[in-house]
Ligand binder design. Sequence first.
Ligand code: SAH
Length: 346
Amino acid sequence: MRTIYDLPLSKMEEMLKAHGQKPYRAKQLYNWLYRKRAASFEEMSDLPASLIEALSLEYLLIPVKLLDKQVARDRTAKYLFELEDGATIETVLMHFNFGKSVCVSSQVGCNMGCAFCASGLLKKQRDLTAGEIVGQIMYIQKELDAEGERVDNIVVMGTGEPFDNYENVMDFCAVVNSDHGLSIGARHITISTCGIVPRIYEFAQGHYQYNLAVSLHAPNDELRRSLMPVDRAYPLDELMKALKTYSEDNHRRLTFEYILLKGVNDSDEDAKQLADLIRGMNAYVNLIPYNEVDENGFKTTDERRALHFYDVIMKNGVKATLRSRHGDDIDAACGQLRARHERNKE
Ligand code: SAH
């Protein structure tokens, strides 16, 4: 069954029109769903009873069910949700001094096959609908309501490749960004891609205000190919060309994500090549400590080396940040909690 969270305002209006309703009903529904955080259609007291009945027959309201939750010492919380068809997904809540960030999944499993990533341990089963992504946010927002807090930032960096599920992810963004709903500013929403070039052009043409982050993880094709199969389809020169087009057409600053993997991509030469690749672009590099995954043998670069790598990039004229670790003591790496649950099922 579809969930009502699937519908951006414009699609909600179309749906209601098909039910013989006036467009203003869409805003009423949005108010119930996203402002009053309704848990059922029945409580939507200013909607006609016939519409409530029709909606309950056609749409699910809450698409996610909590199966497990782990909370780390730093309060980073990882949620394992079950969807209507029994598939499971992960969502993470992080408490930063600049606000609360939620990291959502965009697919069940992932086909990108990055060598270091736990998500890829389970191949893609299906795309998430827009509403299943919205549902992750709404579940956590309802929890935060009890503390008088709100979801401030959203990163589409959980399991899945958002640009391999483009339309649903863009619908999801439209729902959470809507002024009639949660009203999360576009600049507080970040989409992270491993580099699907045609979708980057499409995204550029849409002139969205959402932030774009790109998982680079290697400064040359030879190394990147060994870590990320997507590089075979879209090598670095094509990727960088698309990103330059995006950033110049949209006047937006890009983020490059670079996980530091001990002895793999963290040499001075790697740092110099990385700086050469990016210098001159409106972009910065986010250096990410690697969350070790038992299954694959990659290790985290130690802190001294990470700081040095950061220095080399900065000295070579490219801005960088070194991200601190979160949720170390739980299964925080993408896909780890889900992978463990799947193993326990066997
Ligand atoms: N498919 C998208 C979004 C999901 S992955 C993408 O590739 O960007 C989000 C980020 O987490 C990516 O940069 C990914 O490379 C990184 N990542 C994956 N496994 C990780 C791990 N074990 N530790 C740290 N970062 C990881």
